[in-house]
Design a protein around this ligand. Structure first.
Ligand code: FES
Length: 347
């Protein structure tokens, strides 16, 4: 042990004070409470036997592993309730080896907790900064290396090296091209447009205003989603255009994002959380709160979809709706703002 390390079994200081070297405030330790095994030899022997038993059982498990591996044919199947049919050889060897490891681990922890010293120790350390002479030595060694390398005198090498280093990141920048074409307006627009029917997201059935019960919620998509046959594009558009339709007492509506954007208390909102884009549909009909399951952002659908809790920074975009001549719900227009999370160009 060198002179700078002074482990001690004494608590470091009996009252609060400052360490003279580091200036860190030192708090006194709790008084040490001896364990039963520290003061009672019988308890210590009992703990010793327990640890030894675990280690010995671990040895037996290893023997069991070898026996099972050799004796149980690899083709033997057994049926265990709940689990089903399993390979007996795999089960026995896996169990034996797992138990062997587990018992060594538990035994070691038990040994450390019951029998090894548990007295708190402190270790003083010297300041981490180097001594002044060492720092000067490093600085002069750097200068010597610089002079010997000829970096200052050999201009042609220096300039060509700097040029090479300056160009080094270029391939990384060029590779950014592989991220694909710029999204253009794709992040801003959905396929919703004026007069588009709202259809259920699973069966594509047109939704009549009278189909939406008071306090109910329906997951919906625009009917023209059916026309997009390309699977990936269909999924992309569905991801952006999915909405939820809820109905509440018109008297409960405190505010909306536009005038008369509801139809007799039926409101449509984007389903995509404005935090990180999780689909939301946990709706509490009494409070009119919509909860995102990912990070618990909560939106008040009776008050313009404003955020009332959680990390989302934007309210949930509302889709203006009305009905056609047959009473089916249709969009008054597309969304008037991008749906989903923030992105770099979103104002
Ligand atoms: S994605 Fe909805 S709260 Fe985070």
């Amino acid at each position: 042990m060198n002179e700078l390390e002074h482990p001690t079994s004494e608590p470091y200081g009996s009252k609060e004070g400052k360490d003279l070297v580091s200036g860190i405030t030192i708090f006194p330790m709790e008084p040490h409470v001896p364990r039963k095994s520290d003061i009672d030899p019988k308890a210590a022997r009992r703990a010793e036997r327990q640890v030894a038993t675990m280690f010995a059982t671990s040895s037996l498990m290893i023997i069991l592993f070898v026996v099972a591996y050799v004796k149980i044919p690899n083709t033997t199947l057994i049926t265990i309730p709940v689990i089903g049919t399993v390979n007996a050889n795999h089960l026995a060897t896996g169990f034996a080896f797992g138990m062997a490891i587990l018992l060594i681990g538990i035994g070691a922890i038990h040994w450390a907790k019951k029998l090894m010293p548990d007295v708190e120790v402190t270790q003083e350390r010297h300041a981490l900064t180097s001594r002044e002479e060492e720092r000067q030595e490093v600085a002069s060694s750097f200068q010597r290396g610089k002079a010997e390398s000829g970096f200052a005198e050999r201009k042609i090498i220096r300039r060509s090296l700097l040029g090479a280093l300056a160009l080094f990141p270029v391939p990384l920048i060029v590779l950014l091209r592989d991220l694909g074409p710029l999204p253009g307006t794709r992040l801003r627009e959905t396929i919703w447009e004026k007069g588009m029917h709202l259809v259920t997201d699973a069966t594509y059935r047109k939704i009549k205003a009278s189909d939406v019960p008071l306090g109910g919620l329906i997951n919906a998509v625009p009917e023209n989603l059916l026309e997009i046959e390309h699977e990936e594009e269909n999924l992309n558009q569905r991801g952006k255009a999915s909405i939820i339709v809820v109905r509440m007492d018109p008297a409960d509506i405190v505010s909306q994002q536009g005038e008369n954007w509801d139809y007799q208390g039926i409101l449509a909102f984007s389903k995509i959380c404005t935090h990180l884009g999780c689909p939301t549909s946990l709706y509490q009909q009494r409070s009119h709160h919509l909860l995102c399951p990912c990070h618990q952002s909560t939106f008040d659908l009776s008050d313009s979809g404003n955020v009332v809790f959680g990390p989302a920074a934007r309210r949930m975009p509302q889709l203006a709706i009305t009905v056609d001549s047959e009473g089916y719900l249709i969009a008054q227009s597309g969304f008037d703002q991008p749906v989903g999370p923030s992105f770099w160009e979103r104002g």
